[in-house]
Design a protein around this ligand. Structure first.
Ligand SMILES: Nc1ncnc2c1ncn2[C@@H]1O[C@H](COP(=O)(O)OP(=O)(O)O)[C@@H](O)[C@H]1O
Ligand SMILES: O=C(OP(=O)(O)O)[C@H](O)COP(=O)(O)O
Ligand SMILES: [Mg+2]
Length: 399
C-alpha cells in the first residue's frame, strides 16, 4: 500500500480523529440497522486505538441527507451498536462541529470513544469546504482513515482533514487495498465482473473501464434497466435514469464493436409495488403500464450463473434485485450461490451487496468481502482514491 498506518504514530493521550464508513443498511420499515458488518470491519482499528490510550473521535456519514438534519439518519443507533460490539460506552455528540462537538471532545479521557453526528448533515462535507475542514481538523491531533467504502469521495472528513493533520491508514483500509490488488492490475483470467444495484449515475461510467479489463461483464439490478431502456425496451415504472440512456447506448455500441461478452437480462420479475407479496416473471419486451422490474428472471438467473463457470476471478458489486424483499431476492441469491461455488478468486463489495450475501448465508464462502462498492470499482479501474491519496507515504518499504 505504501502508506503510513496507525502504528506509525504514538497515539497515547492524543485526540485521534478516525473516519469510518458506518453507512450501514437500514431496515426500510423500522429504520433499524439490518447489517452491521461495516461497524464490525472497523473494530480492529478502534480496539487498537483504545487499547493504546487514544482519545478517540469517530466520524461517519449515514445515507444521503443532502446537507440537512434528517432524524432517521442520526447516528445514535450506530453508537449503541458500536458500544455493544466493543463492550464499553461510546459517547455521542449531536453535531460533528461547533460547541456540541468541542464539549464532547474536551470530556474525552484516554481510552474513551466518541461518535460525532452524521457529517453529511452539513452541506460543506461533500463540498470539502475549507472552513468546515478546518473545524473538523481542529478536533483532533492525528487523522486515521479507515473508511475504505467512502475513499472514492473527496469530502471534508475523508480527504480534506488529511491536509491539516498527520494522516494515516487504519487496518481496514490496509486490508481492503491488499485484497483488491489481487483483482487489480493483473487479474487471473477469465475475469468476470458483475454490476447491479441502484447507484446508476455513480457507477455507469465505471462499466466502460470494466469492459476493457474484464473478459465478461454481467449487468443486473437497477443498473440493467437503464441499458434495457437504451436498447429500446419500455421499462415502464422501473428505476431508469433517463439522463444516462445515451451514455448506455454509447457503451452498447462500443460493446458491439469489440464483441466483449456483455450480458443483460432477458427476463425480469415485475410488480406494481415493492410491497407486493410476489412478482410476475416477464420477458423484457413485455412490461405493462405500472410494471417495475425488481429482480432478474429465472432464465436470466440460469444464464448468469452459467456465465460464471470457469471464471478464475470474479468481482461483484450491486444486488441483482430488491433483495431486501423476499419476493425479489431470488436473482441475488442464485448469483451469490454461483459466486460462492466458484473455484476462482471471488470478491463481493458494497454495503448492500455484503448484506445480501450475509442474508443468503454465504459470506464464509467468498474470498474477500469488501465494505466498499463504489470505492472498490474505482480502485479496480486503476483510478486514485482521494481518501487514500491524502495519507502520508512511507519512506521505508511499502506495507
Ligand atoms: N431493479 C431494481 N430496482 C430498484 N432498486 C434496485 C433494483 N435492484 C437492486 N436495487 C437496489 O439497489 C440497492 C443497492 O445498490 P448499491 O448501493 O448500488 O449497491 P452496494 O451497496 O452493494 O454498492 C439495494 O437497496 C437494492 O434494493
Ligand atoms: O455505501 C456506500 O457505497 P456503496 O453503496 O457503493 O457500497 C458508501 O458509504 C458511499 O456512500 P455514497 O455513495 O452515498 O457516497
Ligand atoms: Mg449501497
Amino acid at each position: 500500500m505504501g502508506k503510513k498506518t496507525l502504528e506509525d504514530y504514538d497515539v497515547a493521550g492524543k485526540r485521534v480523529l478516525l473516519r469510518v464508513d458506518f453507512n450501514v443498511p437500514l431496515d426500510k420499515e423500522t429504520g433499524a440497522i439490518s447489517n452491521d458488518e461495516r461497524i464490525q470491519a472497523a473494530l480492529p482499528t478502534i480496539r487498537y486505538l483504545l487499547d493504546h490510550e487514544a482519545r478517540l473521535i469517530i466520524m461517519s456519514h449515514l445515507g444521503r441527507p443532502k446537507g440537512q438534519v434528517v432524524d432517521s439518519l442520526r447516528l445514535d443507533p450506530v453508537a449503541d451498536r458500536l458500544s455493544a460490539l466493543l463492550g464499553q460506552p461510546v459517547a455521542k455528540a449531536d453535531d460533528c462541529i461547533g460547541e456540541l462537538a468541542e464539549k464532547a471532545v474536551a470530556d474525552l479521557q484516554p481510552g474513551q470513544a466518541l461518535l460525532l453526528e452524521n457529517v453529511r448533515f452539513h452541506p460543506e462535507e461533500e463540498k470539502n469546504s475549507l472552513e468546515f475542514v478546518k473545524k473538523l481538523a481542529a478536533l483532533g491531533d492525528i487523522f486515521v482513515n479507515d473508511a475504505f467504502g467512502t475513499a472514492h469521495r473527496a469530502h471534508a472528513s475523508t480527504e480534506g482533514v488529511g491536509h491539516f493533520l498527520p494522516a494515516v491508514a487504519g487496518y481496514l483500509m490496509k486490508k481492503e487495498i491488499s485484497a483488491l490488488a489481487r483483482a487489480g492490475k493483473r487479474p487471473v483470467r477469465p475475469y468476470v465482473a458483475i454490476i447491479g444495484g441502484a447507484k446508476i449515475s455513480d457507477k455507469i461510467l465505471v462499466i466502460e473501464e470494466l469492459m476493457k479489463i474484464a473478459d465478461k461483464v454481467i449487468i443486473g439490478g437497477g443498473m440493467a434497466n437503464t441499458f434495457l431502456a437504451a436498447q429500446g425496451y419500455d421499462m415502464q415504472a422501473s428505476l431508469v435514469e433517463t439522463d444516462k440512456i445515451d451514455l448506455a447506448k454509447g457503451l452498447l455500441d462500443q460493446q458491439a464493436e469489440t464483441g466483449k461478452a456483455f450480458l443483460l437480462p432477458t427476463d425480469v420479475v415485475v410488480a406494481k409495488s415493492l410491497d407486493d407479496a410476489e412478482g410476475t416473471v416477464k420477458k423484457v419486451d413485455d412490461l405493462a403500464a405500472g410494471d417495475m422490474a425488481l429482480d432478474i428472471g429465472p432464465a436470466t438467473r440460469d444464464l448468469y450463473v452459467k456465465a460464471l463457470e470457469g471464471a478464475q476471478t470474479i468481482f461483484w458489486n450491486g444486488p441483482m434485485g430488491v433483495f431486501e424483499k423476499e419476493a425479489f431476492a431470488q436473482g441475488t441469491n442464485a448469483l451469490a450461490q454461483g459466486v460462492a461455488d466458484s473455484a476462482g478468486y471471488t470478491i463481493i463489495g458494497g454495503g448492500d451487496s455484503v448484506a445480501a450475501v450475509a442474508q443468503a448465508g454465504l459470506s464464509e464462502q467468498i474470498d474477500h468481502i469488501s465494505t466498499g462498492g463504489g470505492a472498490s470499482l474505482v480502485f479496480l479501474e486503476g483510478r486514485m482514491l482521494p481518501g487514500l491519496a491524502v495519507l502520508e507515504e512511507r519512506e521505508d518499504e511499502p506495507v
